[in-house]
Design a protein around this ligand. Structure first.
Ligand SMILES: NC(=O)c1ccc[n+]([C@@H]2O[C@H](COP(=O)([O-])OP(=O)(O)OC[C@H]3O[C@@H](n4cnc5c(N)ncnc54)[C@H](OP(=O)(O)O)[C@@H]3O)[C@@H](O)[C@H]2O)c1
Length: 335
């Protein structure tokens, strides 16, 4: 596998300056990206809520301008730069500063520090890895956290909020694949079939959880929950957990505040498990991707992702910030 160091290639770039924020596809060369780390030819990236924030003027995520966006990638090593990798190795990289404070994956080539790269596990293609992407990796961390807490399918239903989104849809599929009775909470009535196809046994309207409710406790319904919505929704989830249950919380699409009381914690012995995918240590990443390639692999993964190119990104990034995306968008930077 060779590469042309003088090659020019398209990249999706976000610029934030005194003229405001703007997204554009422009031609760049390898000189335009940092010269540190392993050079990866990006076969696939994906679209995550954080990519939407990183390409928005007041998104408070991008720390570089202009920035090649894209927080995750799967591809092949073209220049190992003296690292443990060899030319042609299939790899995954995501999180850390990628696509926020250093150039990211929405381009043919990206350089990433070697200690941030995971080898592709057996059983996963580069496209499948990005159908899962950061959203699915976060879902996997959430499922593993619940299992570690002791949540098992025989304890009762588990709830997934923001169920049609990236984290949510992957969590529904992974939990269903592990034998859980999954209840999906969604604001998209028309996606009931999509959620049931992923493995949800019940689908509830997200307004049941997003309305403010002064009661400190509700009837105990769920043995566990995966929440990527936060805010009032998370507070309402806490009130509905069974005795000894836990919720894995990763997101804030519904708000960063948590208007909750201590009552579910001290009367029902529940746990709020924080999930971060950005700084996950390499050994945990590696083990998590191995599980994604095996027992957590979403059923029918090949048909789940929507394939897009760099020119489609502006539309999809705008849509994801409005909560309008269903499932996972897979980006082929050379399409
Ligand atoms: N902690 C981490 O490491 C980590 C990693 C990845 C993502 N995240 C966070 O997790 C969240 C989801 O990310 P994502 O990439 O999965 O985004 P996404 O694809 O846009 O999914 C979010 C979903 O949340 C629901 N939603 C949107 N606005 C809502 C509102 N106002 N109230 C209630 N529900 C709402 C929608 O699902 P329905 O229409 O089905 O209700 C939406 O599809 C984001 O906050 C993201 O920053 C965190």
């Amino acid at each position: 596998m060779t590469f042309d160091s003088a090659a020019r290639f398209p990249a999706f770039v976000f610029t934030n300056d005194d003229q405001g924020g703007r997204r554009e596809v422009m031609e760049i060369g390898l000189d335009d990206i940092a010269n540190d780390g392993v050079l990866i030819e990006v076969e696939f990236s994906s679209v995550n809520y954080k990519d939407g924030l990183a390409t928005t003027a007041n998104g408070k995520v991008a720390r570089l301008s202009p920035l090649i966006a894209g927080i995750d990638m799967a591809g092949r090593v073209v220049d190992p730069a003296g690292s443990r990798f060899a030319v042609g190795d299939s790899v995954i990289a995501h999180g850390y500063d990628i696509g926020t404070a250093r150039h990211g994956a929405y381009a043919r080539y990206c350089r990433v520090p070697a200690d941030q790269i995971v080898r592709m596990p057996t059983g996963l293609t580069t496209r499948e890895a990005m159908v899962v992407g950061t959203g699915g990796f976060t879902a996997a961390l959430s499922v593993i956290a619940l299992e570690k807490w002791g949540v098992t399918p025989d304890q009762g239903p588990v709830l997934v909020t923001g169920a049609t989104g990236g984290v949510g849809s992957m969590a529904v599929s992974m939990l269903a694949g592990r034998g859980f009775h999954v209840v999906a909470s969604s604001g998209k009535k028309e996606q009931d079939g999509f959620l049931r196809d992923l493995g949800a046994r019940d689908v509830i309207d997200r307004h049941m959880l997003s309305e403010e409710d002064p009661r400190p406790l509700q009837s105990m319904e769920y043995a566990g929950a995966v929440d990527c919505v936060g805010g009032t929704t998370l507070a309402n989830v806490l009130k509905r957990l069974k005795y000894g249950a836990a919720v894995a919380a990763s997101g804030l699409t519904g708000g960063a505040n948590l208007p909750a009381t201590v009552m579910p914690f001290i009367l029902r012995n529940i746990a709020l498990l924080g999930i971060d995918s950005v700084q996950t240590p390499l050994d945990v990443r590696t083990r998590t991707w191995e599980r994604i390639a095996t027992d957590l692999k979403p059923a029918g993964i090949e048909s789940i992702g929507h394939d897009i190119g760099l020119n489609d990104l502006d539309t999809v990034l705008t849509k994801i910030l409005k909560g309008g995306v269903t499932g996972r968008y897979v980006v082929r930077p050379t399409a």
